[in-house]
Ligand binder design. Sequence first.
Ligand code: THG
Length: 375
Amino acid sequence: MNPELSVSRRIRSTPFTSRVEAAGVTGYTVYNHTRLATKFQSIEADYWHLCEHVQVWDVSCEKQVAISGPDAYRLIQLMTPRDLSKAYVGRCFYVPLCNPQGGIVNDPIAIKLSDNNWWLSIADTDVMLWAQGLATGFNLDVSVTEPDVWPLAVQGPKAEELMARVFGESVREIKFFNIKAMSYQGVDMQVARSGWSKQGGFEIYVNDASLAGPLWDELFDKGQDLSVGPGCPNGIERVESGLLSLGNDMDYDTTPFECGLGQYVDLDANIDSLSLPALRQLVPQRQLKGLVIDQACTISDSNVYLGDLCVGEITSQAYSPKYGVHLAFVLCSLSALGTNLTLDAHTNLGILQGQLTPLPFNFDALGLIPKTPAK
Ligand code: THG
């Protein structure tokens, strides 16, 4: 039996939902209490389309937590161990948010809109509540809200061409992880070169619900000859690209060092951050690694083994149609694993050996040659 997930107003619609449904969505998940599409044709067909063309994604579920007021920077810096003291307007910063134990609370993109006005573009935990609690507890002069902003991602190799047709040529000048206000029908919206795929693209922070439908329709009208299609964060592409998913690959009890986000922690910075004291002391016990199995399969037991000894846990997996191998992320126990570079995965085809590798996957170094899609 495959019971359906019942929906109600608690699972919020977005200003794009009618378009997503008309475009033939076939699967949803719930993210920040909001609908997020998971597939249209099939995850594999959507994957090839994303790698070759351009897709429009309703990622309204990437809620903005707006922090405004004289203590805005102070509050954000308390939440993240990444040094934001030199952050400037016009750039996005990927930041782990961590609790006083060093565990990951969220992994948003921080955007400084002006000195006293920031957005955190959050993953799936209730950052607004935590931020409001800290603001109260530390007696900070800030307001913490979730404004009406609905990000729309345009992703894929033809995204720049499509965006230029809708927003004008100057959109091409926005560099990776930069953000700037662009006018759409007379309304200024933040537009960044970013998005949860490695196929290139942009995110439009739509701030006027009445323009959501027209913007969606214009992207589809002007992208017909580019084979524009509806899409969503793709389970295959993001595993190939090594993009982490909060709640899957990391959680409140995972530290940034354990899941490969150590580069976003400034241990030596002279900043007031809740998690830095713990992160300076902790010795990582686990590490998130890549696992490659050289045939199509499904890993059926989330534990992975050396013989009888459990040495880690699968956090995400996908068959890579481009490389013809099964890929997974595995949170390894460093002491149990030792120096071993292969381990046993329990799959639908029985016990198969997998090769451990650093993340993100380096397919060249693994000797894997990309295939083109079957036509
Ligand atoms: N875009 C926006 N908001 C988001 C996401 C997004 N909120 C939820 C979720 N995704 C947050 N998590 C991530 C994870 C990875 C990236 C962005 C948000 C990402 N990382 C790049 C990488 O790993 O190569 C770049 C990091 C960097 O150079 O600093 O893009 O996708 N609006």
